[in-house]
Design a protein around this ligand. Structure first.
Ligand code: NDP
Length: 505
């Protein structure tokens, strides 16, 4: 295999640096297995330096102290640069994690630019000071040094949604991208520095999660760990951060259901369920990987679904006509196969898919072992592994339900609480079902159009997903209450008698 890889540095204290011991991680293009780049394999010493740089930038640097509108100016410049370099960022994401060009161009890069644009708006409009009664007031202060750890499925988008609100609120941060896909995050951090971000405000350390990630979670000097990833790692992060006395914000996995009721428009439901389950090969936290279908329409729904899924085009992710590219790695395709086989061994039926394409079925140069056909399993039992575990691959489990009551019970029967869809021609019936689902976001006759003005994080179960915009910002801020110091300029009447609590007897 010919190597055309470049060496990409990480950023600590505004400087482009290798790992202090020179170690590197090799990054491969999933579609072709070509060696794409080498990134630093950071360890505890790199993390220590990055946290020290972020700490210094927070404690002594200009960023947390500058007026919010100045921070907003830099965030807008970043949004403009991202939009201007959209084509390059999109191609990089495609080559690094196997996203299709259509998705990278249509969602990932614009979504990342929007994170900076909107965070700039909040920085200017969300008050940093609120008046209380009797001259008291509350200051909203940045949390401090934020350690952000992101997964490989949407590297640029998720990094932008961690960095932008955090720095808009005046924090500094250290970000650790996933080992499979870190190039777009490294390029984003380079872009921020080119826009004039002061040194140390955003630092990036690449390297294995078990080394760089764990050191970061436990590092003294970090005030908040914002982790996005699997439940299992999330639990390790929760414990590691707790041992260091650091608070966490965890955005974890999902096993979301789509409920197809007896009166659903089946053509519409099939389209929604198909894209809900198979967008980005199901490598999305909110993927609707369970279809809970009323018995009266089950067989017809499955027939239409299999026909629709059969028309999805696997191919070169850089080709605009491709619906599904490779998974992020051969190992992720093996995970999809392992779960499919487990499902079949527990009694499920294979309706379509079930394996990688044969050699010769894909355009020349693509690696079939990194691909997995979109797979539909029927006759799945609600307690089967494929109905309970997040596979993070293109495997959809169809579960039959006798009525709405049973559909709700099945839908609520996993440990996840991320999102859900309800398909019905009757708005009242759909609402009655939607309101009983234990999910932070529920769609009716749609899947995935997120209204960011509405809350999406209830903190229940093992999952969480993007929240209302202002809540996003608030998760990187802390209240600082000053009793009685504001005086008349606070502009609020003393109000009802204050319910004082006497502390300390
Ligand atoms: P992982 O949990 O395996 O990894 C996530 C990140 O954590 C990576 O950067 C990883 O580094 C790092 N990491 C691994 N081990 C540790 C450790 N011990 N301490 C600290 N950090 C560590 O998740 P995946 O990358 O496989 O991503 C898929 C998961 O992310 C799915 O469960 C998905 O549902 C979830 N997700 C949730 C979202 C949400 O908003 N709720 C959004 C997107 C994804 P390395 O890559 O080097 O191992």
């Amino acid at each position: 295999m010919e190597s055309v890889a470049e060496q990409v540095p990480m950023y600590i204290g505004g400087l482009a640096v290798p790992a202090h011991d020179g170690a590197v991680l090799r990054t491969f293009e999933p579609a072709t297995r070509r060696h794409l780049a080498d990134v630093p394999s950071g360890g505890p010493e790199d993390v220590r330096r990055a946290v020290a740089a972020a700490r210094e930038a927070f404690d002594e640097g200009p960023w947390p102290r500058m007026p919010a509108r100045e921070r907003a100016r830099l965030l807008r410049a970043a949004a403009e640069r991202l939009a201007g370099e959209a084509a390059e960022f999109a191609r990089l994401e495609v080559r690094d994690n196997g996203a299709t060009l259509r998705k990278a161009r249509g969602a990932d890069v614009p979504g990342a630019a929007a994170a900076f644009e909107w965070s700039a708006w909040w920085a200017e409009h969300v008050p940093e000071r609120e008046a209380g009664g009797g001259g008291s007031y509350v200051l909203w202060r940045p949390a401090g040094v934020v350690a952000a750890i992101v997964p490989w499925n949407l590297p640029l988008l998720l990094a932008a949604w961690r960095i932008a609100p955090a720095i808009a609120a005046g924090n500094t941060c250290v970000i650790k991208p996933a080992s499979f896909a870190s190039l777009s995050v490294l390029r984003l951090v380079r872009l921020l520095h080119e826009c004039g971000l002061p040194p140390g405000v955003v630092n990036v350390v690449t390297g294995p999660g078990a080394v760089a990630g764990e050191s970061l979670v436990r590092a003294p000097g970090v005030d908040l760990v914002a982790f996005t990833g699997s439940d299992e790692t999330g639990e390790a992060v929760r414990q590691g951060a707790a041992s260091a006395g650091t608070s966490t914000r965890l955005d974890l996995g999902g096993k979301s259901p789509n409920l197809v009721l007896a009166d659903a428009d089946l053509a519409q439901a099939v389209t929604g369920v198909t894209w809900g389950a198979f967008l980005h090969n199901g490598q999305v936290c909110m993927a609707g990987t369970r279809a809970v279908v009323h018995a009266a329409v089950h067989d017809e729904f499955v027939r239409l679904l299999v026909e629709r899924v059969g028309r999805l085009r696997l191919g070169d992710p850089l080709d605009e006509a491709t619906d599904l590219g490779p998974l992020v790695s051969r190992s992720q395709a093996r995970t999809a196969r392992r779960f499919t086989e487990l499902g079949l061994s527990q009694g499920a039926q294979l309706a379509c898919g079930g394996g990688s394409p044969a050699a010769g079925e894909l355009p020349e140069g693509l690696d079939p072992a990194a691909y997995f056909r979109p797979t539909v399993l029927t006759s799945v039992g609600e307690r089967d592994a494929v109905a309970q575990e997040e596979i993070f691959g293109p495997v959809l489990s169809v579960i039959r339900a006798a009525d709405d009551e049973e559909a709700v019970r099945i839908a609520n029967g996993t440990r996840y609480r991320l999102s859900a869809g309800v398909w019905s021609a009757d708005p009242a019936r759909a609402r009655a079902v939607a309101e009983r689902l234990r999910a932070d976001r529920v769609w009716v006759n749609d899947y995935r159009l997120v209204d960011l003005e509405l809350p999406g994080r209830a903190g229940r179960g093992a999952s969480a997903v993007w929240d209302r915009l202002t809540n996003e910002l608030d998760s990187y801020r802390r209240r600082h209450t000053v009793h009685g110091g504001g005086g008349e300029e606070e502009g609020r009447p003393a109000g009802p008698p204050t319910p004082y609590a006497l502390l300390g007897g």
